[in-house]
Design a protein around this ligand. Structure first.
Ligand SMILES: [Mg+2]
Length: 242
């Protein structure tokens, strides 16, 4: 079952994360200029291009992107409880979950651009879903997001979370033990309490049909895959803003 969540559960706003991303980009650009691409200032020969590409490929290989599910990629409403406020233009699917011989219906809505986002990042990263929801609910939702079973490599559910003060914490080392190669995108700050240097906070999504947050993340994710250690970039943010 999805965790109860609301826009007020995160203090991050869209303009704020936009500002954060801009700052990160500035840092990334300077970083690449000063390290990885410094050789482009000298005449490029065939041999040097080969070396350069192999360096990029070395960093590119084996990065893992861990994604939260509810209010990050989708939003679900239990039918018969609250009236849905989600715009009718949003893609949705009704999912039936059986628990304790009871059938519960959920209307699941896709965050805008989620299909494009998943198909793009799956070409860059090994994509893992790590959700605090139960597998009985989350499995069919993930099946809907990845209908050809080609985008998402692994799934972790509530039983893989650590419960602390009523919050579900996510230990992403179960997905990738080398923390230099893994990022966690999550709308809930408590989820990345154990791995703040690896966190990419995302504003909670409930119903806004014009939400572009997933698209806004793509340039950052495109750049991060070429870093030797994602934490060297992500940890440069002010910890108060994580
Ligand atoms: Mg969430």
């Amino acid at each position: 079952m999805p965790k109860t969540s609301s826009p007020s559960t995160t203090t991050t706003t869209r303009p704020f994360i936009f500002q954060q991303l801009y700052q990160l980009f500035t840092i990334l650009y300077k970083y690449f200029q000063s390290t990885l691409f410094i050789k482009t200032q000298t005449p490029v020969t065939k041999a040097s291009t080969t070396v350069h590409n192999s360096i990029n490929l070395q960093y590119y290989k084996g990065k893992t992107l861990v994604l939260d599910l509810d209010e990050t990629l989708v939003h679900s409403v239990r039918l018969g409880t609250t009236e849905s406020t989600v715009n009718a233009s949003i893609k949705k699917k009704t999912i039936e979950v059986t628990s304790d011989k009871q059938s519960i219906l959920y209307e699941v809505y896709k965050r805008p651009h989620v299909d494009f986002f998943l198909s793009t990042i799956s070409q860059w990263y090994k994509v893992v879903i790590f959700t605090a929801s139960m597998s009985e609910y989350a499995d069919p939702v993930i099946d809907w997001l990845d209908q050809d079973q080609t985008l998402i490599s692994q799934r972790y559910f509530r039983q893989s979370c650590l419960l602390k003060n009523g919050n579900f914490l996510k230990d992403i080392s179960i997905a990738e033990s080398d923390l230099s190669k893994v990022c966690l995108i999550d709308n809930s700050p408590s989820a990345y309490e154990l791995c703040q240097e690896n966190a990419i906070p995302l504003p909670t999504w409930i119903s806004n049909p014009k939400d572009d947050c997933l698209l806004d993340l793509l340039p950052l994710l495109d750049a991060l895959r070429f870093t030797a250690d994602v934490r060297s970039i992500l940890s440069l943010r002010d910890p108060k803003h994580i």
